[in-house]
Each structure stands twice: as structure tokens, then as C-alpha cells.
Ligand binder design. Structure first.
Ligand SMILES: [Zn+2]
Length: 467
């Protein structure tokens, strides 16, 4: 939870443990699920549903690992990055290293595995370091601070793509940046009764947790929209009226300029106006809603030079709406912090959502590189290999698909070409009663939504997606 900068001179060698499986290997493993002959399909599915991929912690990387697991858990991240990849020029991975490395993790973390598997977060670290031409410090950092950096970088890569593709008129209609929402501050002056509105964008909705034993997220969000009385607001209208009524000769020139409607307002008007404060009512309201709503429960308490962690229990729902808005959101991931303000550990709980991920026909996304059928089927999931180059082409989807037909829905089995390598199990799948993963770096276990919701005093980052 430290405020130190993420990027800077880091020290110490990091033992890398990178797995960079090819797409072919993945197809081989997917095929192997249906090729097993000595076990019932239900048993295979149960195995498949009982394991997922964790991330190596080669230092103090739990904050990176948790952010990766949470972002990759969101179907809308997959939908956005898939479209992004289609619309990206051939040098997409070089132009958008963070987007493409995040796509790599979306793919790898949802790869069907039947036993423990671990990969390295290094491709994302490398992408960030390449982008900012700086080495990330290997010390402990704040998962919220990194999340903000990641989302800002994704947004920069999105803007770069839209600027590069101005000739593509369909681009804006096809591709929305899913992580940005808008808040509007509404201010009514108690003196002049002027009503002003000011919009501000957010990538993460930061909510201050109160110093009390427990509260609910719904109450915290509602409090954000309650009218707030401020008695020292510098209302421009009041200040202009004050100057216009003044008989002080030093305002003569400004008065003439303001009185002449044909003249533009001085660029430094605010500086020229004498200080004056008015009482106002300020109300904040939610305006445009992001497709992915990241909520930060701010738990820092500052008393003088001392910073502490606020362990207030915050009850958070599996589904929510923002106050005054209709859209429904569903919780897909939660990052929990345990420890003190200065040090501690991050863990991510994420929804399994296997119904969604299993329907994706990854072969159609990567058809240019698919050589399935030439690869020997293997039952063994891939274990981390020795250090390999991270300069391998990062796996953005194949570009030949028509961009206008893209949707955030996965390509389903029914839409697969007849040559698709996947086969759906013939019998209904047995579902585990535990529909969430609890992930602490490379340690993964199944858990329930109720158990996730019980982690109220450590809940730190919540990831909701519009239903
Ligand atoms: Zn006023």
C-alpha cells in the first residue's frame, strides 16, 4: 500500500520462469480433453473445473499478479482486446505492447488445464518497461496504483490506434474503451444561484472508506451523490459581479472589457478577479457508465506523518447499480489486501465463468497460425519451462476478420467452421458447487461467492461488468 513510484531504478535479479506456449500446444490440450478414453466426461470436466493457471511470484509481484488475474477475468476485457487486435495494424504488438500482453494473459489464464499450472507475469512487466523505457522497481507496490497505470496505458494505446486509423470511419462505432466512466459535479451558488456543471472522467471509481467498524458499498456510493455544503467556493459569477459593482479604479479596464460583449473574456480572468468565496451546494452524479466498473476502496488513514490501514468491513454485492442509473453490474473479481499500510499481500478472487470461456472458439481467432491436427495430442498440461524470450510475437487475433461484425460475445460452438478442432462434450457438464477461484500468486483453490463476499475487511479493488 506504499505510495512509492512503480517505475524507477529497481535492484536485484529476478529469476524468470516464463512459459510461452504456442497456440498449437493449446489446441492440442483442448483436444486431449475429449480424446481421453479411460475416464468419464464428467470426471474430466470436474478436473478441468478444479484447476486454473496461477502466476509466479518471483519477488514482490503479488500486486501485479492480482491485477492481471482480475482484469483477465472480465469477459469485456476479452471482447475489447479481441476487437482491438483485429483493428490493429500488423505491428500491433509493438504499437500496443500492454494491450497485446494483456490479451496473452486473457488467453493463457482461461486455458483449460487439468492440474496445477503456473506462468510468469513477466510479459506484462516487460511491456510496461518497454512503454515507459524504465525498469519497474521490484519492491512492494500498491495494486491500485498499478491498476491505474495499466488502465491509463491501455487508454493511451486505444487513442493511438484511433488516431492512426482515422480513415477507418467504422472504428469508433466498433470500438469503445470499456474502462472509462463520467461523473458530473453540479454546483448551485447560494449567493447568485448560478447553476454550473463540470464533468470528469474516471478509470477507477475511488471511494473513501469511513473510519467505522462496518458499512456497505451501496451506502458509500450513495454518500457520493449526497448534496454537500461548501462555504468557501470561488464562484466566478459572484466574483465578476463583485468587480462590476466595485468603484475601485484599478478594475476600470477589466470592467470595460467585461461590459463589451464583442470582446472575448480575458484568458487570465480568474487571476484578475479578487479572491471571494461563496457558499454552494455541490452534488455529484453518475453520468456515462463504463462497461467495466473498477472500484477502489480507499483504506488509507493519514494522521500527521503516520499512515495506517483502515480495516472497516465493507459489504459488497454480487450485483449492483450505480445510484440514479439503471445499468446492472455483476462482480467478476475482487482483490483483497492483508497486512499493514506499508506492507502486506494481495490475493485475487475471480469468477470461474467457465460457461463463457469454454464457448470461445480460439481457433477462429488465431486461424492464421493454427496447425491443429499436426500436433500430437497430449494429456499433460504445460509446466513452466526455463526462461524463454518474451520477444515472441504476442498473440493478437488474426486480422482478416471483418471488423464490423465483431461483438463482445464469444464465438460459440455453433458458429465454428466445420474444421474447427474443438468438440463439445456430448453429455451435460457437471458443475462444481464452487464457482470462484481464490488465487494467491501460484496457489489456486476453489471457493464460493459467499466466501469471497465474507472478505469484507480486506476488500480493496472490485471489478464489476455491465450485465
Ligand atoms: Zn455565485
Amino acid at each position: 500500500m506504499s505510495d512509492s513510484k512503480l517505475l524507477g531504478l529497481g535492484v536485484g535479479a529476478v529469476g524468470l520462469y516464463i512459459l510461452y506456449p504456442t497456440i498449437c500446444e493449446w489446441f492440442s490440450e483442448m483436444n486431449s480433453l475429449s480424446l481421453l478414453t479411460n475416464r468419464k466426461v464428467e470426471d474430466e470436466i470436474e478436473d478441468y473445473e478444479r484447476h486454473t493457471t496461477g502466476l509466479v511470484n518471483a519477488g514482490n509481484f503479488c500486486y501485479i499478479n492480482s491485477d492481471i488475474q482480475a482484469l483477465a477475468s472480465l469477459p469485456a476485457t476479452f471482447g475489447y482486446l479481441t476487437k482491438f487486435g483485429y483493428l490493429c495494424p500488423a505491428d500491433g504488438a509493438a504499437m500496443a505492447p500492454v494491450s497485446s500482453s494483456l490479451f496473452y494473459f486473457v488467453r493463457e489464464l482461461h486455458r483449460p488445464v487439468t492440474k496445477k499450472r503456473t506462468i510468469s507475469p513477466e510479459p506484462l512487466i516487460t511491456a510496461i518497461e518497454q512503454t515507459y523505457k524504465s525498469r519497474m522497481s521490484r519492491r512492494q507496490h500498491d495494486a491500485h496504483e498499478l491498476l491505474h497505470l495499466l488502465l491509463e496505458t491501455l487508454q493511451k494505446e486505444f487513442v493511438a490506434l484511433t488516431q492512426k486509423s482515422r480513415s477507418n470511419h467504422d472504428l469508433e462505432a466498433v470500438l469503445d474503451f470499456p474502462y472509462e466512466g463520467t461523473l458530473v459535479d453540479e454546483i448551485i451558488c447560494g449567493n447568485c444561484h448560478t447553476h454550473t456543471e463540470k464533468a470528469s472522467k474516471y478509470l477507477i471509481l475511488s471511494v473513501a472508506v469511513p473510519s467505522q467498524s462496518k458499512t456497505t458499498l451501496a451506502d458509500l456510493l450513495k454518500e457520493n451523490t449526497q448534496p454537500e455544503y461548501i462555504n468557501d467556493y470561488a464562484c466566478i459569477t459572484c466574483r465578476v459581479r463583485n468587480v462590476m459593482a466595485s468603484e475601485n479604479p484599478r478594475f476600470k479596464e477589466l470592467q470595460e472589457q467585461l461590459a463589451d460583449a464583442t470582446l472575448p473574456l480575458p484568458a487570465d480572468l480568474e487571476e484578475q478577479l479578487p479572491k471571494m468565496y461563496s457558499p454552494v451546494f455541490k452534488t455529484q452524479r453518475f453520468d456515462s457508465e463504463p462497461q467495466i466498473l473498477c472500484i477502489h476502496l480507499s483504506r488509507s488513514i493519514y494522521t500527521g506523518s503516520f499512515a495506517a490501514r483502515n480495516s472497516c468491513k465493507v459489504e459488497f454485492p454480487l450485483e449492483l447499480s450505480l445510484p440514479g442509473k439503471k445499468a446492472r453490474y455483476r462482480l467478476y473479481a475482487m482483490i483483497r489486501h492483508s497486512g499493514t499500510h506499508q506492507t502486506g499481500h494481495y490475493e485475487c478472487s475471480r469468477r470461474k465463468n467457465t460457461g463463457f470461456w469454454r464457448k470461445i472458439n480460439w481457433s477462429s481467432l488465431f486461424e492464421s497460425t493454427s496447425t491443429s491436427g499436426e500436433v500430437e495430442a497430449s494429456e499433460e498440461p504445460q509446466e513452466p519451462g526455463p526462461e524463454e524470450s518474451t520477444n515472441t510475437d504476442l498473440p493478437f487475433p488474426h486480422k482478416s476478420k471483418p471488423s464490423t461484425s465483431l461483438s463482445t460475445e464469444p464465438v460459440t460452438a455453433a458458429q465454428q467452421p466445420s474444421s474447427a478442432p474443438r468438440e463439445e462434450p456430448a453429455r451435460p457438464r457437471k458443475q462444481s458447487s464452487k464457482q470462484w477461484w481464490a488465487i494467491s500468486d501460484n496457489e489456486v483453490r476453489e471457493t464460493t461467492s459467499r466466501a469471497v463476499q465474507s472478505l469484507q475487511s480486506g476488500a480493496y479493488l472490485l471489478f464489476y461488468q455491465r450485465v
